[in-house]
Write a protein that binds this ligand. Structure first.
Ligand SMILES: Cc1cc2nc3c(=O)[nH]c(=O)nc-3n(C[C@H](O)[C@H](O)[C@H](O)COP(=O)(O)OP(=O)(O)OC[C@H]3O[C@@H](n4cnc5c(N)ncnc54)[C@H](O)[C@@H]3O)c2cc1C
Length: 444
């Protein structure tokens, strides 16, 4: 598999990965490659949620002329292959950690901004009538140890008091009775507003909306390089050049090694993997208690997340290989299946039907950035694997930033991503973190 820390450029004109989403989503007409030179006001590179939402805002709300180029197709990157958890948050810090780092008032502003991200997804779904199988809401953050379960009532009370967030504490018995017969679940906090979608259908819906708003989208068109020219840029693709005034990089974790070193040095691309099982029988659903649409994630350092899909399959995900060359090794999906069965021994007979992986962009300080990194050039990246809702808002914020609109005064809008110290050792650091995470999750 393509490895952004090793390969100089993202592969181009690739089919969607062989995911459950690709197999179960009605295919849309692929966008043609760019074959002749053009000029445009804003060039957006990358047609995931970030780039497409940015194009929707630029063309639809800000009246700008915009062209989107993707090396592959809309949603080929993370956006068409994620788990479909529309969560209220991004990065790796929860509200309590944000309050500790930035103060309570700023954390409250983050909470509002995260709410705006959820609303952005809902608005775009409604605006284009996107059939992305949005499920009834609810997200369970499940304690995987008894000691962590005992902290939940206090955490829930803190979220209610400081943020007015109407979360619900569920004891181990309530969780078992209402939502799951998971042997490794010791209580949960239920967040009422998060929900599950088909992520590829969502990305394709965004692409349609971007086009309806007036943006041009070209697929199978990798941007190879750019140089400054007059007030703007000349951008090189395999068949043609693009003259533009501004460039927006929405390539996130798929940014090739040599593409924009400033961004590459500040992001650690990490693999996230998902398995999807055969549909559960009525008996298996009853035995596991999973006959509902709640999103679930646990409190492990190396988290597991799962949800029931509309056709009664289970999607179960977690961290995977460190290097792209190892992504397709059978041991990684097998480990996920073993983990699923350890949580739900009632599902011993369940088989895996799909497995795939993708790169998420982990930032040095666990938070994304939306910024102008040099005159005329903007990027959003570093969602740390929690970017479905937030990238949809980040695209809008990028469009506003590039159009001179003042953004909310949040730290993630004030600077670029922090470069990793000793970036050549990022993968060693990641391996050490995984070892530590496995030890912590098991013994601490
Ligand atoms: C397995 C998995 C599960 C996940 N589950 C969730 C989840 O449930 N909830 C959640 O919130 N987040 C989840 N995420 C993360 C989430 O999917 C991402 O944060 C989000 O999709 C990022 O969108 P994006 O538009 O920034 O990037 P992407 O969707 O990755 O888009 C980047 C695009 O840039 C293009 N590109 C790169 N280089 C070039 C170039 N030189 N020229 C032209 N095009 C280029 C690529 O082809 C790609 O299409 C998951 C990720 C993975 C991998």
């Amino acid at each position: 598999m393509y490895d952004p820390l090793i390969d100089p450029a993202v592969p181009a004109a690739q089919p969607y990965p062989a995911s459950y989403w690709a197999a179960s989503t009605a295919s849309t007409e692929p966008c043609n490659p760019l074959m002749a030179d053009i000029s445009t006001d804003v060039l957006v590179i990358g047609a995931g949620y970030t780039g497409l939402s940015c194009a929707i805002e630029l063309a639809g709300e800000l009246g700008r002329e915009v062209t989107v180029l993707d090396a592959n197709q809309s949603g080929w990157g993370c956006s068409g292959r994620n788990a479909g958890f529309v969560l209220r948050g991004t990065g790796r810090l929860g509200l309590a950690q944000l309050a500790k780092r930035y103060g309570t008032e700023t954390a409250q502003q983050f909470h509002l901004e995260y709410g705006a991200a959820l609303e952005r997804v809902q608005q775009l779904i409604a605006a284009a009538d996107i059939d992305c199988q949005a499920q009834a809401p609810g997200y369970l953050k499940v304690a995987h140890k008894a000691a962590l379960g005992r902290q939940l009532p206090q955490q829930a009370e803190y979220l209610q008091r400081q943020f007015g967030y109407q979360v619900e504490y569920l004891s181990q018995a309530e969780l078992q009775q209402r939502y799951m017969h998971n042997t490794q679940a010791f209580g949960a906090i239920r967040f009422p507003d998060c929900f599950g979608v088909n992520p590829l259908a969502l990305a394709q819906g965004y692409a349609k909306l971007a086009q309806q708003s007036g943006a041009a989208i070209y697929g199978a068109t990798p941007v190879l390089s750019w140089q400054r020219s007059g007030q703007g840029f000349i951008v090189q693709t395999p068949q043609a050049t693009v003259q533009c005034r501004q460039i927006i990089l929405a390539t996130n974790a798929y940014t090739g090694k040599g593409f924009y070193p400033q961004l590459n040095r500040a992001s650690l691309p990490a693999l996230s993997s998902v398995i999807v099982t055969q549909p559960l029988t009525a008996q298996q659903l009853a035995a596991s208690g999973l006959n509902h649409t709640q999103l679930v994630m646990d409190t492990r350092a190396l988290k597991y997340y799962y949800r029931k899909l509309p056709d009664n399959r289970l999607l179960f995900g977690g961290r995977s290989a460190v290097y792209g060359k190892d992504a397709d090794k059978a041991c990684y999906p097998e480990r996920l299946l073993v983990a699923l069965k350890q949580c739900f021994p009632q599902l011993q007979q369940l088989e895996m039907a799909y497995h795939w992986s993708g790169w998420v962009s982990v930032s040095f300080d666990d938070m994304p950035r939306i910024c102008q990194s040099e005159p005329g050039l903007f990027y959003a990246a570093g969602y740390c694997g929690s970017g479905l809702s937030f990238s949809s808002l980040a695209g809008k914020r990028l469009a506003q930033l590039a159009s001179g609109v003042t953004l909310p005064p949040l730290p993630i809008y004030q600077s670029g991503l922090t470069p990793f110290p000793l970036p050549q050792f990022r993968r060693l650091g990641q391996q050490a973190y995984y070892q530590w995470g496995r030890f912590k999750d098991r013994y601490l």
